[in-house]
Design a protein around this ligand. Structure first.
Ligand code: NAP
Ligand code: F7E
Length: 329
């Protein structure tokens, strides 16, 4: 039987790397969309790079997306690419709108024009719930985004629903709560904290500056969440799902746990810095993933404590190796 073919946008990002690994394990032929940059940034996919077909393209360039879909002839498209860092969306709201909102429509248009029987996954976000109308948040909870990023994701969500309803496209929106891993970007709070604690432990830093310690998030493991993306596209009918662990923790608890893993008293090192506060905050997010559990059979396998421990250990190992390389050179 011919291999199934998948096209993943955002291949070089955290989720793109885990999803590509997962799809290869499932026996897929994987195509990944990568935008041009002056230096190659394949750190997260270097171990699987030779197994993936890399296609050049940008969410801002319609023609490049049409060419990518025409070349990959995918059975499934996973649209993970976006400007995904919330604070950057206030600094660059137009770019965020172009990539995170209109980029979704451009990918959908590429699929509609080239290959309408492709299944389409859109990476929607719990940031769409923003100033939450109810707790926990489910597929039925209304949206109230609190950043240009959240607003752009609401557009991406509704244009996906609209293409499903307008063109009978198998298009689904996965509303994913925060998910983390040792491959998380360094500016996001979990990785900033695990990397920061490891640096302090190794004598490479003497403080960690953070913003709002009271914000609460539903933090899961990226490896678990990408599995849910695939599960959504294996259903007979396209439907949207909320994916999260159902547990919530504050940034303060995160800090206490990460520093505790290294026997450090966080209160001696963490400094609150108003530069990291946001113009409008999302105070509390927690998922009600019961639909995903009952219909997809999806459940998280890694919980908060183990996730943070895994990230601290990975940062200690990576920084430790760098240090010994520097000392021996
Ligand atoms: P990420 O690590 O920031 O990766 C984003 C990816 O998008 C990168 O590969 C980036 O390429 C690519 N990209 C950005 N702008 C692009 C453009 N104009 N054209 C083509 N590619 C572009 O994000 P992530 O954490 O993996 O998240 C994946 C998706 O899920 C995103 O859409 C994000 O908004 C969404 N999401 C994430 C979470 C979460 O907790 N991680 C939760 C809900 C939803 P470069 O490497 O070249 O920058
Ligand atoms: O912030 C607080 C901050 O930047 C989490 C993206 O993947 O998940 C992510 O968005 C919380 C916020 O993630 C610092 O105020 C405190 O309340 O790790 P974050 P995010 O904004 O929740 C959603 C679901 C996505 O869709 C996004 O793409 O932590 N916080 N102090 C801090 N945050 C950061 N970044 N840095 C701090 O110093």
């Amino acid at each position: 039987m011919a291999k199934k073919r998948a096209l993943v946008t955002g291949l070089t990002g955290q989720d793109g790397s885990y999803l590509a690994e997962f799809l290869l394990e499932q026996g897929y032929e994987v195509f990944g969309l990568v935008r041009r940059s002056s230096t190659v940034n394949f750190e997260r996919i270097s171990h699987i790079q030779d197994k993936i077909h890399i296609l050049s393209g940008d969410l801002l360039d319609q023609n490049s997306l049409i060419s990518a879909v025409a070349e990959a002839e995918p059975d499934e498209v996973y649209n993970l690419a976006a400007q995904s860092f919330v604070p950057a969306s206030w600094g660059q709201p137009v770019l965020t709108g172009e990539a995170t909102a209109l980029g979704v429509m451009r990918m959908l248009e590429a699929v509609r024009r080239v290959r309408l029987d492709t299944k389409f996954y859109q990476a929607s976000s719990s940031e769409m719930f923003g100033k939450v109308r109810e707790t926990p948040q489910s597929e039925a909870t209304p949206f109230h985004p609190r950043s240009p990023y959240g607003v752009a994701k609401v557009y991406g969500h509704w244009i996906t629903v609209n293409y499903r309803e307008s063109y009978d496209l198998f298009a689904v929106s996965g509303i994913l709560f925060n998910h983390e891993s040792p491959r998380r970007g360094l500016e996001f709070v979990t990785r900033k904290v695990t990397d920061g604690a490891a640096r302090i432990k190794l004598g490479l830093a003497d403080e960690l500056r953070l913003g709002n310690l009271d914000a609460r998030r539903d933090w899961g493991f990226a490896g678990d969440h990408v599995r849910a993306m695939w599960m959504m596209l294996q259903r007979d009918e396209p439907q949207d799902y909320v994916i999260g662990t159902g547990a919530t923790h504050s940034v303060r608890e995160l800090v206490e746990l990460a520093f505790g893993c290294l026997d450090l008293d966080w209160q001696k090192f963490v400094v609150q810095d108003e530069r990291f506060l946001r113009p409008a905050e999302v105070d509390l997010l927690v998922a009600d993933p019961s639909k995903a559990k009952s219909e997809l059979g999806w459940e998280p396998t890694v919980h908060f404590e183990n996730l943070i421990r895994m990230m601290v250990e990975a940062d200690m190992k990576a920084l430790g190796s760098k240090l010994s390389e520097q000392r021996s050179s």
